[in-house]
Design a protein. Structure first.
Length: 340
């Protein structure tokens, strides 16, 4: 069967009608990979839900197909979002497909290069503000409540609806829910969506959420004024979906914990070197957390969501090596360089 996209596949569970104009890039249906090395490390079968394989390279597309379709149905001519990068890339692409404007408000200087490139090339109208994501989100809320522009951040319930599809794909692929579902937490929309998706199917994996230690308001129980982490996607100090993330944790018997940037980078390298999967640093927080708290894992399979593609943030990967020195174009020189 040709994959019809999230709305096409899950239409009966989503708020769409025959009149809804479906804006899709055929998102969803991403791989659920068995991670052999990680499984050995933690003594449980570990699977990676690789949502970096979505059309714009992140899980945001699952919700954006819904948010932009519903905005178009309501007659919107423009959508707007605040973003640490991926939401803006996705909004820009879906707005381009829909033929409407995308306005994105970003924290200046903190957007990974691949994501900014996407927003630019899809023709988004970009405003960089001298502040962090939380400041940008406050501005976009003000903008969309005073102007005729549809908000497409994850406080838009259609975003959450669409993002439930990832949980449904996991249960379909495994034939059951995992014992633990781990994912990175930033603005906390995705953990909210997964939990809603599982609950809609009467499933109840333990939800394990991980924040970067320098941006972990849900762990410390207070707003962080100056969030900092190498994982810029989750550099958020005041998550919009705070209460629903805590509910997901508590109702599922799960946990929300902090992982350091060093632990995130270690998991990021392990995934690339040993599992053949290149994800962006924020995505590796899910794996870093499962490795850190492996002793507490219940029996049964573990799923880690890898939320974004590694090429989103080429600079973090490039920092792993120094400038390459060119050698003369002779095999001897090549062999010498290889140490053979
Ligand atoms: N992983 C990646 C790659 C992300 O881009 C985000 C959020 C998250 C995890 C966290 O998901 O916010 O639902 O808890 N990125 C948003 C953005 C904030 O603007 O692109 P969340």
């Amino acid at each position: 069967m040709t994959w019809p996209g999230v709305i096409g596949r899950f239409r009966d569970r989503l708020s769409v009608t025959a009149e809804t104009p479906v804006v899709t890039l055929l998102e969803g249906n991403t791989p659920l990979l068995e991670a052999q090395v990680l499984s050995q490390h933690v003594g449980r079968p570990v699977y990676l839900k690789y949502d970096g394989a979505n059309p714009t390279g992140s899980f945001k597309d699952r919700g954006m197909t819904m948010a932009v379709s519903k905005a178009l149905e309501a007659g919107a001519q423009a959508v707007a979002c605040a973003s640490t990068g991926n939401t803006s890339a996705s909004a820009a692409a879906y707005a381009a497909k829909a033929g409407i404007r995308a306005i994105v408000i970003l924290p200046a200087g903190k957007i990974a290069r691949g994501k900014l490139a996407q927003a630019v090339i899809h023709g988004a109208e970009i405003v960089a503000v001298d502040g962090n994501f939380d400041d940008a989100l406050a501005l976009v809320l003000e903008l969309t409540s005073t102007h005729d522009v549809a908000l497409v951040n994850s406080i838009n319930p259609f975003r959450i609806e669409g993002q439930q599809s990832a949980a449904w794909e996991v249960t379909a692929a495994l034939g059951a829910e995992p014992a633990v579902h781990a994912l990175p937490v930033g603005n906390a929309g995705n953990i909210t969506a997964y939990w809603a998706g599982y609950k809609a199917e009467q499933r109840a994996p333990r939800m394990w959420g991980f924040q970067a230690a320098g941006a972990a308001p849900l762990v410390w129980g207070e707003i962080i004024d100056k969030p900092e982490t190498i994982a810029t996607a989750i550099r958020i100090g005041n998550p919009a979906s705070w209460e629903t993330a805590i509910a997901a944790r508590d109702e599922s018997g799960g946990r929300i914990e902090a992982v350091t940037d060093a632990e995130i980078l270690q998991a990021y390298r392990l995934l690339a070197h040993q599992e053949g999967i290149f994800c962006e640093p924020a995505s590796a927080a899910s794996v870093a957390g499962v490795l850190k708290f492996a002793d507490d894992l219940p029996a049964g399979p573990v799923v880690c969501t890898l939320t974004g593609h590694g090429l989103k943030d080429p600079d973090t990967a490039a920092d792993e090596f120094s400038e390459l020195d060119a050698v003369p174009p002779h095999l001897d020189a090549v062999l010498e360089q290889l140490g053979w």
